[in-house]
Design a protein around this ligand. Structure first.
Ligand code: KIV
Ligand code: ZN
Length: 515
């Protein structure tokens, strides 16, 4: 019998800690539903103590997701553990994940605690968590730089206190694959009660080896991997779910375990996370990048046509790059659109809500021939964005661009319900239109990122624009989609400006600051 490798997805917690990646509750529920559809074993839905909004999001996911376990993160203190317990309580299978740092640098300079105090706190938190659920996970944060004897002592004590999963994080992405694999093997053999817990790993990608470290750990006996869709996460991100899952599946000659993931749901999950967070997927990204299965060089194409395996080690269809995709068009009725949206896990609370989305679908179908699932996802993201956009609303725009002339744009916005327009020239129409927005609503911000991606193939594809702004120490991401990419850009800029108008939402679990 093949052993099971548990997939623990932390897109909604560690992924969301990535500056600018914060999501609304509705968006988190859409992602959680897709993770459930993909058969993720454990969904880390958030850090409930971060803010009331985070608590509500974890609780809503716990109520709505049935098939996956729902986990809430808690620092090793009474209040965090109590809040995590309450947030995950409605889940069919709740888990509490509590953590405290064990490396000398974190204990001395962040926690200002002696090792014995850390050990005591870890044990107390696990015991408290066990009062609400049998499923408790413990992480010694920065394990990759912790002193090994101390790590063994802490792990033994928390297993004794009732932790059934021991997660070893390489918090700062410092270790190398051979080192990390050996560390996991040693911990499993040195901790006397290690057979009473599942060993898990959580690797960050600062040196580009998060997936390699996770795979080395699996070869050493880890049976849970913590990962995120598209490798989203703090700094350089976390280990990417799609890469781990497909490496294990493709190299069954090397691994003695496999995941329960439905790999055909990988691409839809990747597209959804990118669309909602505004973090584009690089074209050459393994598994989910646009070029991952594109054989451009003539010699490769020739080989692939003669026999696919000459250059392909996986089948594109197996990860969701399907040729037979269901397409809607301008003749599709309300029922067909509703059914397709339901298949994507999108439901509507009111008929009015469905009618509004159907109206947007009709507008889009008039502009482009074929409406794909990705277009529908973008439409729904925009619908949610509209509901958020309290201060600034896009009304209309006009722009002129002609060879040899300075481009100019006029933008009309509704600011707190009052319509205002401004005109500006600029270095290209996007720049002119952003300056026109600034003319209506001046703010002090720095543009950190501007990126445009085609949502689907074809020149009539919607452009999906991400705009990342920094203002007063905060970073936000805005998204916009439209078949007109200048319009998509303005929508994305306005979306980011609206987010900057909202108060900072939450505590960061590891740095104690707000984000
Ligand atoms: O990277 C890390 O150490 C974490 C812990 C909270 C598990 O995210
Ligand atoms: Zn992490």
């Amino acid at each position: 019998m093949q052993e099971r490798l548990i997939v623990f997805d932390t897109t909604l917690r560690d992924g969301e800690q990535s500056p600018g990646a914060s999501m609304t509750t509705e968006e988190k529920i859409r992602i959680a539903r897709q993770l459930e559809k993909m058969h993720v074993d454990v969904i880390e839905a958030g850090f409930p103590a971060a803010s009331p909004g985070d608590f509500d999001a974890v609780q809503a996911i716990a109520r709505q997701v049935q098939e996956s376990k729902i986990c809430g993160l808690a620092r090793a203190n009474e209040s965090d553990v109590a809040q995590a317990a309450a947030a995950v309580a409605p889940a069919s299978a709740p888990r509490i994940h509590t953590f405290i740092a064990t490396s000398p640098i974190h204990m001395q300079d962040k926690l200002r605690m002696a090792p014995d105090q850390v050990l005591e706190r870890a044990v107390a938190a696990v015991k408290q968590a066990r009062n609400s659920t049998d499923d408790v996970e413990f992480s010694p944060e920065d394990a990759g730089r912790s002193e090994e004897d101390f790590l063994c002592r802490v792990i033994e004590a928390v297993i004794k206190a009732g932790a059934s999963t021991i997660n070893i994080p390489d918090t700062v992405g410092y270790t190398m694959p051979s080192q990390f694999g050996e560390l996991i093997a040693r911990l499993i053999s040195r901790v006397p009660n290690s057979d009473q817990a599942v060993f898990s790993v959580h690797c960050h990608n600062d040196l580009g080896v998060a997936v390699a470290n996770s795979l080395a750990a699996v070869q050493s006996g880890a049976r849970q991997v913590e990962c995120t869709v598209n490798g989203l996460g703090e700094r350089a991100g976390n280990a990417s779910l799609e890469e781990i899952v497909m490496a294990i599946r493709t190299r069954q000659d090397v691994f003695t375990c496999d995941t329960g993931i439905d790999s055909t749901q990988i691409l839809p999950a990747s597209r959804l996370v990118s669309n909602i967070t505004g973090f584009p997927v690089q074209p050459n990204k393994a598994i989910v990048g646009a070029n991952a299965f594109a054989h451009e060089a003539g010699i490769h194409q020739d080989g692939v046509i003669k026999r696919r395996e000459t250059y392909e080690i996986m089948r594109a269809e197996d990860v969701g790059w399907s040729a037979n995709r269901i397409v809607l068009g301008k003749h599709s009725g309300r029922a067909a659109v509703k059914e397709r949206l339901a298949a994507l896990g999108i439901e509507f609370e009111t008929e009015e809500d469905l009618n509004r989305t159907f109206g947007h679908f009709k507008e889009l179908a008039d502009k482009k021939h074929e409406v794909f699932d990705e277009d529908l996802q973008a439409l729904v993201t925009e619908r949610a964005t509209e509901q958020l956009n309290e201060r600034l609303q896009f009304v209309a725009m006009k722009f002129v661009s002609q060879t040899g002339e300075m481009p100019a744009a006029t933008v009309t916005l509704r600011v707190d319900g009052v319509e205002e327009s401004a005109t500006s020239t600029g270095d290209g129409v996007v720049d002119a239109s952003f300056q026109a927005v600034d003319g209506v609503f001046p703010t002090d911000n720095t543009l950190l990122l501007y990126s445009v991606n085609a949502i689907t193939a074809g020149s009539d594809s919607q452009g999906e624009v991400s705009v990342r702004l920094q203002s007063g120490g905060r970073i936000v991401n805005g998204q916009g989609a439209d078949t007109d990419i200048v319009m998509a850009s303005v929508k994305a800029y306005i979306n980011a400006l609206n987010k900057l108008e909202l108060p900072p939402r939450r505590f960061h679990p590891q740095s104690e600051g707000t984000v």
